[in-house]
Every structure is written in C-alpha cells, then in structure tokens.
Design a protein around this ligand. Structure first.
Ligand code: C6P
Length: 402
C-alpha cells in the first residue's frame, strides 16, 4: 500500500492543531473519512435525495436502489446468508439496544445473561435496563492482568437459567481479540444465543458471521471510514422473526388499523421511520474503499504501527501498558507514572497529537485495573511510522514536564 497516496484522500490529515501538524491517533473513537465516501454523500444529495421504499417516482426508486445495494454489500462483507438478516441502525449502540429491548422481552425473572468485564457501556447498560425491569441476573466473565478472558470461568457460568451471551469481539481499550468463535461454540452447547459487539473488529479484520455462527453481530460505519449515524445489526433470521419490533412507525408495518397492526417482513420490521439513506449509501462506498485496500493489508500495516509504538513506548520510564495479549488489535492504552490521562491528553493535543483519554466508556474495566482512565492511541490505515515516532517523542516530552 502506498500510504502517501492513501493520505492524499484525507484532506483533514493536512490540518494543523495548535500550530503543529495533526497526528490523528483516535481512530478507535472514529476513523477519518476518505474523499470517495464524502463524494458518495454529496452525490446522494446532489442527484438522488428522495425518501426510500416509499415512492414510485424515479428518484425514490434510485435512492432505494442505493440503500438496498449497500444492504447486499454488507451481506457479502460479513457473509450473512440473506439480506433479510441485515438491519440498518444508527450504530453499534442502537444495534445492541435493539436486541436487548426486543430479545429482552423474551427473558423472565431469574434468567441469566453473561457479559465480560471488558464490555463497552453500550453492551452493559442496555442489558441492565432490561435486567432491572425483568429481574435478570448479569454474570461477568473476568480477565487476567494481561487482558485475556478467563474461558474456564466463562464455561462454569452457564446454568439452566442462562439465556443470552453478549461479548465484544475486540476490546476498545485492551485491543484483545477475544476467541469469540470458541465462546459461541460453548454457548451453543447450552442452547444459548450470542451477540457479538463488533464495533472494534469490523474495521480491522474479516468478519464471517456464518463461520463464527454468532446469532447477532453489531457494527458501526463511522469506525470503518464511513459516515456517522449508520450501523448494522446482523441477526439470524429465525431469531429476528421471533422477536417483537424494537420501534414502531412507517415502513415497518404490513397493515395498520386502530385495533391491530401487522408487521413488515424482515429486515424492514426493524427499520421504523426514514432511515439515514444518505449515510447508508455512503457506507457502501466505505466498504468498497476497504475492499479496494484489502482488509488484511490494512490490518498488517496497523500491526506494524502497533508493534513499533509498543516497543518505543516501553522505553519510557514508568510506562504501564494495559492490554498485552499477543495478536491484539491496533489500540494501545497506557499511563505514565501517576500522570493523569487527562493531563497527558491535553498536553499531547498542544503538540498536535489526538488521542483518547479517560474511561473509554468502560468503567467496569477501569475498576478492574484500579485506574480512573488511560491514554489510548489507536491506528488506522493512513497513520505512518513517522507519526508514531513523533507521538512517542511527544509522550516523552509531556512525561518530562511532570
Ligand atoms: N467506542 C471508543 O472511543 P457507537 O458509539 O454506537 O458507534 O459504538 C459504541 C461502541 C460499542 N462497542 C465498542 C467495543 C466500542 O468501542 C464502541 C465505541 C468508541 O472506544 C466511542 S465510546
């Protein structure tokens, strides 16, 4: 891959921050958007803006074709069996809320669900909301200090009351790539369905929902070089068919009277109201982009950056890295001595470096490590080894100020 050429597609990377060239290392929060995706957004507004699935007029049909072409593209991208299993949402958070609310309707007093201590709040709070209402017990898989899930503890957690498992594919803090295929196999032995939070996996690795055999898979476009406000929920057809709609409104119905409403077929039963048809169409362009570069090429470049950053950061006195499991994804969370993540982040910003600081929406994980927050650098395809060097120098400089 020609990284200079790739960078040319991202005008934002030429920006300066605090008079310094921007080094954008907050890609796990959101990735930047290449020109081809921005152009796809413009194209939708300039040529195709019309409501979808509603009009017989040409514009509406063309807009609908764009949305449905992206649905088919997503199906191929994650290898779902059918487009009926691909639901568009606002993002991973909404995808998980959909399942928690809708599948949650089938849970009862005393049922148990299994989460892990490294879950993002998006994969904790929706389950608590349903859990409190329905008096469901949440059990939590612990991790080792390195950030590896305790699979023995996980296996031991299954009881006759276990009804659901929801786990992250990749930790947004530790970078740990969880053995989700094995965990799904274990859950299925107990006839328990599994949701995988793929927010941090889909931008970096090939996803094959049929090979994983997961029951649900959630992802966000904005972490995959696509626009914000678009996400996907994959669900196995038989589960989706058995679930009540998550929201009611236009386009998710079969027939409405004041006495009774019947619902549309999948996937529309779960897509109430006008979808973000512009964003969905542009997400298709982002998938094209990833495929053009090759997800394996992206991953191996990011891995090189991660290895280099880890080696260099480790030279800094008082450096503590959170998440050291081999084969981890391209995020690196750290603290230097007792310098708060907030101070480090603020001063790095003054040197042009954008990182994330704080609890990363994973407070239980922070509690597990006994810290309030960490600094997190995360890499994308357009980052360079030179940026990593300048980032490490900036960390050293900030550390020397304390
Ligand atoms: N994590 C981060 O900086 P949304 O906001 O719906 O697109 O994604 C939520 C989400 C769910 N699961 C995981 C593992 C995630 O990392 C995220 C988003 C960002 O780490 C923003 S908090």
């Amino acid at each position: 891959m020609n990284i200079d050429e790739i960078r040319g597609e991202y005008p934002i990377l030429n920006r300066e921050v605090a008079g310094k060239p921007l080094i954008y290392l907050d890609n796990a929060a959101t990735s930047q958007t290449p020109r081809c995706v921005v152009e796809a957004i413009n194209e939708m507004y300039y040529r195709y803006k019309a409501n979808v699935h509603r009009g017989v007029h040409t514009l509406s049909q063309e807009a609908t074709d764009h949305v449905e072409a992206t649905r088919e593209h997503v199906r191929q991208f994650i290898n779902a069996a059918s487009t009926q299993e691909v639901i568009f949402t606002r993002g991973t958070t909404e995808s998980i809320n959909l399942v928690a609310a809708s599948f949650g309707e089938m849970l009862y007093n005393g049922d148990e669900i299994i989460l892990t201590v490294m879950e993002h709040h998006s994969n904790i709070v929706p389950w608590q909301l349903v859990g409190h209402r329905k008096r469901i017990r949440i059990r939590v898989v612990p991790i080792s200090d390195e950030g590896q899930l305790d699979l023995e503890a996980y296996e031991d957690m299954f009881t006759d009351n276990t009804r659901f498992v929801a786990i992250t594919h990749v930790s947004n803090v530790l970078g740990t790539v969880n053995p989700v295929k094995q965990m799904i196999e274990i859950a299925h032995k107990h006839d328990v369905p599994v949701l995988i939070d793929g927010a941090q996996a889909a931008p970096h690795m090939q996803i094959d929902v049929q090979d994983l055999d997961c029951d649900f898979y959630a992802l966000s476009s904005h972490k995959m070089y696509g626009p914000a406000g678009v996400g996907v929920l994959y669900g196995k057809q038989h589960w989706l068919e058995g679930m009540e709609p998550y929201q009611g409104g236009g386009e998710m119905i079969g027939r409405v009277t004041f006495e009774r409403t019947t619902f549309a077929d999948l996937p529309f039963k779960f897509e109430a109201g006008t979808p973000d048809f512009v964003g969905i169409s542009a997400f298709g362009a982002a998938l094209d982009y990833i495929e053009r570069l090759g997800i394996d090429n992206i991953a191996s470049h990011e891995h090189e950056l991660l290895e280099h950053a880890t080696t260099e950061l480790m030279q800094i006195d008082g450096m503590r890295i959170f998440g050291t499991v081999p084969g981890k994804s391209s995020v690196i969370s750290f603290l230097v001595r007792d310098i708060s993540s907030y101070d480090m982040g603020l001063l790095l910003d003054k040197l042009g470096v954008a990182v994330r600081t704080g609890h990363h929406c994973t407070q239980p994980l922070m509690d597990r490590y006994g810290v309030n927050g960490t600094v997190r650098a995360s890499f994308a395809v357009y980052n360079t080894l030179d940026e990593v060097d300048r980032f490490v120098s900036a960390v050293k400089r900030v550390a020397s100020m304390f």
